[in-house]
Design a protein around this ligand. Structure first.
Ligand SMILES: Nc1ncnc2c1ncn2[C@@H]1O[C@H](COP(=O)(O)OP(=O)(O)O)[C@@H](O)[C@H]1O
Ligand SMILES: CC(=O)N[C@@H](CCC(=O)OP(=O)(O)O)C(=O)O
Length: 264
């Protein structure tokens, strides 16, 4: 039987507040026949280090403007402290976790996303064989969102973009985005589900802002591929990975469903 795969993206907003039960839920998923692939961010930790260095973090639609010095901090924080901390937390509950970044074995190939953002990568390819090889060994990859271009230049990648591209490349069934909010809030309420059209509407009217923008947009993007389910959950809530009632689900919109039907 081919095991089902779920990409679990852990946001920096919640990293420091994840209970040990969260890590155990990955083991529970495994018992249910679902293999986890972890992709993580660490935005607040990068900003903290930048502050300490007297640098001012700047974002455009949730993505960090990244010059050379910022990139160095991004690499130190994501591929260093955060990645290794997560590996330890997973190993403590018995998960065979192996840390890596998108640079290792050329896992995430990128080109520049936009001149204004500097060294921020747009993902062109994910080497899914690297991930499949690890899974075949029984290892769970813990991936820091950094990529590399054909010249060997490193790039900062928004972790939601990385998770979405990885989910598509490995044909994951599910993408779970773990954050510090119960889901997408519209008029102070967590909404149960959203279509792609609603996502754009709420970005335009400002109800969805900041780091939630790349999260919902990349989620919608992955639904266009093989991913069946995208859900945004609060990592501090018990059962967030295993209980279907948590969070906000992104669903294929009306128009896209019609397009799919007419292709059949
Ligand atoms: N409509 C919204 N619903 C929920 N959170 C939102 C919304 N709009 C903006 N946000 C902000 O997005 C944040 C999550 O994005 P981000 O800080 O990048 O988290 P992470 O580090 O988990 O990826 C929330 O903590 C919240 O401040
Ligand atoms: C290009 C870009 O914005 N990269 C992100 C990478 C980390 C990240 O995405 O962290 P969260 O998941 O905590 O938001 C950054 O520099 O903050």
């Amino acid at each position: 039987m081919i095991p089902l795969k779920a990409v679990i993206k852990i946001g920096g907003s919640v990293l420091a507040n994840l209970p040990s039960t969260f890590f155990m839920e990955c083991l529970k998923l495994k018992e249910q026949g679902v293999t986890s692939i972890i992709v993580h961010g660490g935005g607040p930790m990068i900003s903290k280090w930048m502050d300490q260095m007297g640098m001012k973090p700047r974002f455009i639609e949730g993505r960090r403007v990244t010059d050379e010095q910022t990139l160095q901090i991004v690499e130190m924080v994501l591929a260093g402290t955060v990645n290794k901390q997560l590996v330890s937390q997973f190993r403590e509950v018995g998960v065979q976790a192996i840390g890596m970044s998108g640079i290792d074995l050329g896992l995430i190939q990128v080109s520049p996303l936009d001149g204004e953002l500097g060294y921020v990568g747009q993902i062109s390819t994910v080497n899914d064989r690297v991930i499949e090889t690890m899974i075949a060994q029984g290892w769970i990859p813990i991936i820091a969102s950094i990529g590399v271009d054909q010249q060997g230049q490193h790039y900062n990648i928004n972790a939601d973009d990385a998770a979405s591209a990885i989910a598509q490349a490995v044909q994951a069934k599910k993408l779970i985005s773990v954050s510090n909010v119960d889901g997408v809030q519209i008029q102070h309420r967590t909404i149960k589900q959203m279509t792609a059209e609603e996502v754009e509407k709420y970005i335009q009217n400002g109800e969805i802002s900041g780091g939630m923008i790349p999260k919902v947009r990349s989620g919608v993007q992955s639904l266009k591929g093989c991913v069946h389910e995208v859900v945004i959950v609060n990592g501090q809530k018990l059962g967030c990975l295993t209980n279907e009632n948590h969070g906000t689900r992104l669903i294929k919109g009306e128009m896209e469903s019609h397009v799919l039907v007419s292709h059949l």
